[in-house]
Design a binder for this molecule. Structure first.
Ligand code: PAN
Ligand code: ZN
Length: 187
């Protein structure tokens, strides 16, 4: 099979689209006052969209697609994905197509890494590492992804523990700071 990606919009025709609004991921942001203020003012912005081709979750199959993160902030925290661990021990590849982002990686041993991503960046996410991507620019941040179809997604751990670091704007620049609310996973 063959499909076409529009590198400018990130859209892949004919595949499943998932839209995540602020209300779908309110708990994932650090500043709950800003979340509630935005939602109260009837601002439930689209934070990101996922265009994905999924195959049956059989050994050997791959899922692939694009993620489009809009520019913006909740309080001082940049728009980002929920972030997840793969339930099965599976790696993933991301390729930057447009804009600028930061990929946050952490594992259950308490190790943390961050990787800047732009157009053309090719990043390998090893198994056992939770991953979250953040748009640090003022335009769309778009990347391509591919991962094994039987990986599964564990969002619950990150919802409960948070990420070790936050990406916030400080003095008009993106800055990675400690997340004081981070609670290490008990497992
Ligand atoms: C990606 C992500 C996608 C959105 O396809 O699912 O970028 O992030 P969340 O799934 O954390 O909302 C991926 O890493 N798949 O495994
Ligand atoms: Zn993943």
């Amino acid at each position: 099979m063959q499909v076409k990606i529009d590198f400018n919009t990130g859209i892949i025709e004919g595949c499943r689209v998932t839209i995540r609004r602020l209300s779908d991921m309110a708990e994932f942001y650090s500043d709950q006052v800003s979340v509630n203020n935005m939602l109260k003012k009837n601002r439930d912005p689209c934070i990101y969209e996922i265009y994905e081709y999924s195959n049956p979750a059989d050994e050997g199959n791959l899922n692939f697609g694009t993620t489009i993160i809009y520019p913006g902030k909740v309080g001082s925290e940049f728009y980002m994905t929920k972030g997840h661990y793969h339930q099965k021990n599976a790696g993933e590849v991301y390729q930057g197509l447009r804009g600028n982002g930061i990929l946050l990686l952490q594992n259950r041993k308490g190790e943390f890494r961050s990787i800047e991503m732009g157009k053309g960046s090719l990043v390998y996410i090893p198994p056992e590492w939770a991953h979250r991507s953040v748009n640090i620019g003022d335009e769309l941040f778009i990347y391509y992804f591919v991962y094994p179809s039987n990986s599964g997604h564990d969002y619950e751990t990150i919802r409960r523990t948070g990420f070790m670091k936050l990406v916030v704007e400080k003095n008009s620049k993106p800055c990675i700071i400690d997340n004081i609310k981070y609670t290490p996973s008990e497992s």
